[in-house]
Design a protein around this ligand. Structure first.
Ligand SMILES: *Cc1c(COP(=O)(O)O)cnc(C)c1O
Ligand code: SF4
Length: 347
């Protein structure tokens, strides 16, 4: 067994084990875990400094998950946009390909909370083959995003097999992998895995850091290995109450990501997912964070702030209003708050 597989086996999966380390009442969490599974890797657990801190909030079950019955189970209508199990086809040229049903650590705010880690998301090899057949038969698909669950929970052998099959399809131009293991299980990013991945370029990896504490020597090493294998690294962050809904925290996170060669890509407004209401902030919070970033941090560090609209209508960027039209002129607000007029004429 590989080291990362041993780490997975040593993960905390029950409130009882958590209670051996922290002063919590495990009984209060049992019902939560019965509905939404828990797993915390030794690495991610080691980042907790005290109960209730930003790492804790992301991975330790909270009874509030069960009091949120208003939101939607599948707000992005992924099931409706799924031509075969495992494929979500919302945009003409790209598909999400859900190849894994499990994750190294289950994030309490997960968009696919309804099924990650649950039997309903067990992905069989036949499901994977059906997904590949769908992509083969759908020539407008240029961009395949491996997701899940976490695709890097699969063995190297299976990853290689899927990548080989996808690369054999002439119209598949780029392959992306969405994974949180650089954060939660950095030992998964082995030299062997990187040697395998580098054979399948152009390959993009979008990882998922939400808080500066998650940037550790281990996660930096995982990103270094991927980047040295020629993988282009992006990051998706979810805006989370009590975790990163603060301009100073977000600034530290985004700057830290650039230092480990990861380019911020999206900042996601929380989806309206059942069981995650306690993480939701107002959109004004996200806009205020973007305003605080603009002009103060490297433009490379600034992600697109997006709302993924309910009903599968897609991601839409949200940005502060910098520009207002007044007659033939634009009235532009600078990052420093000044108003500047700019002529808007065509020659
Ligand atoms: C987010 C998403 C994509 C990828 O969108 P990009 O904006 O290209 O990163 C593709 N398909 C689905 C269903 C998505 O939710
Ligand atoms: S790693 Fe991604 S898919 Fe897995 S629980 Fe976290 S947010 Fe959900």
């Amino acid at each position: 067994m590989e080291l990362w597989q041993q780490s997975l086996q040593q993960s905390v999966t029950t409130p009882q084990t958590l209670a051996e380390r922290f002063a919590i009442d495990p009984a209060a969490l049992e019902a939560v875990v019965a509905r939404y599974p828990m797993r915390i890797t030794p690495h991610y657990l080691s980042l907790i400094q005290e109960p209730g801190d930003p790492i804790w909030r992301q991975c330790v079950p909270d009874p509030a998950e069960l009091d949120d019955e208003d939101s939607l189970v599948d707000p992005l209508a992924e099931e409706a946009l799924s031509p075969v199990p495992g494929i979500v086809h919302r945009y003409p040229d790209r598909v999400l390909f859900l190849v894994s049903g499990t994750c190294a650590t289950y994030c309490r705010f997960c968009t696919r909370k309804r099924k990650v880690g649950c039997p309903s998301m067990r992905v069989s090899f036949n499901d994977v083959l059906d997904g590949i057949t769908y992509i083969q038969r759908t020539p407008q698909v240029r961009d395949v995003i491996l997701s899940g669950g976490d695709p890097l929970m699969m063995s190297d052998l299976l990853i290689k097999d899927i990548l080989e099959r996808l690369r054999a399809i002439p119209h598949v131009e780029i392959i992306r992998i969405g994974t949180r293991v650089p954060v939660t299980l950095p030992e998964r990013i082995t030299e062997n895995l990187c040697a395998l991945l580098r054979r399948f370029h152009p390959l993009y990896v979008n990882t998922h850091f939400n808080h500066p504490t998650e940037i550790t020597p281990e996660s930096a090493e995982a990103c270094r290995r991927l980047a040295d294998a020629g993988v282009v690294l992006g990051n998706q962050t979810v805006l989370l109450r009590g975790v990163n809904d603060d301009p100073a925290v977000m600034t530290e996170l985004l700057r830290g990501l650039l230092k480990i060669r990861v380019r911020p890509y999206y900042l996601h407004q929380m989806d309206l997912v059942r069981g995650t209401g306690h993480f939701r902030t107002g959109v004004a919070t996200g806009i205020a964070i973007l305003e605080a970033l603009r002009g103060r941090v490297s433009g490379l560090a600034i992600p697109h702030y997006v709302i993924d609209l309910p009903g599968g209508k897609g991601k839409v960027p949200v940005s502060p209003d910098y520009v207002e039209r007044v007659g033939q002129e634009l009235l532009i607000r600078t990052p420093a708050g000044e108003q500047v007029r700019f002529p808007d004429t065509e020659s």
